[in-house]
Write a protein that binds this ligand. Structure first.
Ligand code: HSE
Length: 400
């Protein structure tokens, strides 16, 4: 019998408990051993819970319990989650988490401790909810140099954009619905402003490159400024708009960003709707793979957590494939050096100047202004040209 503990009995933590109770026989069959929840740490009162005896408010009850070998951390946030995870790993327990902020910020330190103590620190649920993407990257695509990872990594914003685009729903109403459905972070600005997706692409690119990719090196823009007019233009050029986290590896250097992007309607990412997430991975041998599924929500996310628990029950020894080392700033390509294209909206008065600076572009009319697709050039060069043309109303990057 493997005894586990859960820290944080919120949406995901209670989902983990439910899966372990409901799928008990399947779990035993798959892991070769019965898995049972011995303790649950949460500062809130659960005296009405049918298994109230499992609950404690004292972290030491978990830390000092020699029977508990695996701890699930689903509390979120950094401060306590960091202290608890560190102490648990140092005491020789394996830890499974859905906490992307913690993995993106302190993953490299936890991997070092896990190696020293020969235990595991796993985080499949931290990216893409229920979608298996960490394990395929760590194991199945090992034969490749991964050159690109791109994806719709935030369910809340994808849900909001879908409602806005398909049902003309307001941003506020769609966000409220997403919160009610348990998709959004405690502070939904982390979703809306792209920070949640930033942490996720940081994790994916760190795993791919073996070096920590820091969030501060990922140019991050959310969906607050996506307007009805942008939607009209997107449709006019045969695209949808999605919040995309992407990372490229070129000549050993890495660029990563999070921003709304125009996706051609023919691309599979454009049909990823509601809370669904999708991640494409391009390897130099396998070409492009796509992983798709529910990117948020109680049971999908808990499913990924319990999958990690089963993995550890099968083999609890440290596994280097899931880890990365310290950051190497020299290997980062700044956003302004990325070569890309944008759809740029301009005032009518700028048309002539734009036509002389970008002689080959087609300028199209929107509802109240004009727009064009910029030629392939660095962000810096585009910025300089647009400044010379008197600026712009807005611009959205084209997906490639
Ligand atoms: N708030 C996140 C999302 C939850 O909406 O995708 C899953 O990480």
């Amino acid at each position: 019998m493997k005894k586990i503990a859960i820290i944080g009995f919120g949406v995901v933590g209670s989902g983990v408990y439910e899966i372990i109770r409901k799928n008990k026989d399947a779990l035993t069959k798959k892991s070769g051993e019965e898995i049972d929840v011995k303790k649950i740490l949460d500062i809130r009162d659960f005296s009405d819970h049918k298994e109230s005896h499992l609950f404690t408010k004292d972290f030491n009850d978990l830390l000092n319990d020699g029977e508990i070998e695996i701890v699930v951390e689903t509390m979120g946030g950094i401060k306590f989650a960091y202290e608890y995870t560190k102490a648990l790993l140092e005491s020789g327990k394996s830890v499974v988490t859905s906490n992307k902020e913690l993995v993106a910020t302190h993953g490299e330190e936890f991997f070092r401790i896990a190696k020293e103590k020969n235990v595991r620190y796993l985080y499949e649920a931290s990216v893409g909810g229920g979608i298996p993407v960490i394990r395929p990257l760590a194991c199945d695509v090992s034969a490749n140099e991964v050159v690109n990872v791109s994806g719709i990594l935030n369910g809340t914003t994808n849900y909001i954009l879908t409602k806005m685009f398909k049902e003309n729903d307001s941003f506020e109403n769609a966000l409220k619905n997403a919160q009610e459905l348990g998709y959004a972070e405690k502070d939904p600005t982390a979703d809306v402003d792209g920070h949640d997706a930033c942490r996720k692409i940081a994790i994916l690119m760190s795993l791919v490159t073996g070096r920590k990719i820091e969030c501060e090196d990922i140019n991050t823009k959310g969906i607050r400024n996506v307007s009805a007019e942008d939607v009209t233009y997107a449709a006019a050029i045969g695209c949808t708009i999605k919040l995309i986290g992407c990372g490229f590896v070129e000549n050993g250097k890495v660029s990563a960003s999070v921003e709304p992007m125009l996706i051609p309607a023919s691309h599979p990412l454009s049909s990823v709707e509601d809370v669904f997430n999708a991640v494409t991975v391009k390897g130099n041998m396998v070409d492009t793979l796509m992983f798709y599924g529910r990117g948020a929500g109680m049971l999908p996310t808990a499913s990924a957590v319990v999958g990690d628990v089963i993995d550890i029950v099968r083999n609890g020894e440290y596994n280097p494939y899931y880890s990365w080392g310290d950051a190497d700033k020299e290997k980062i390509i700044p956003y302004e050096d990325i070569n890309t294209k944008f759809f740029v909206r301009i005032e009518e008065a700028q048309k002539e100047k734009i036509a002389s600076i970008f002689p080959d572009v087609e300028i199209i009319k929107g509802v109240s202004d004009y727009g064009f697709v910029s030629p392939l050039m660095s962000v810096k060069e585009l910025d300089e040209k647009l400044t010379a043309a008197g600026g712009y109303i807005s611009r959205i990057r084209l997906f490639r």
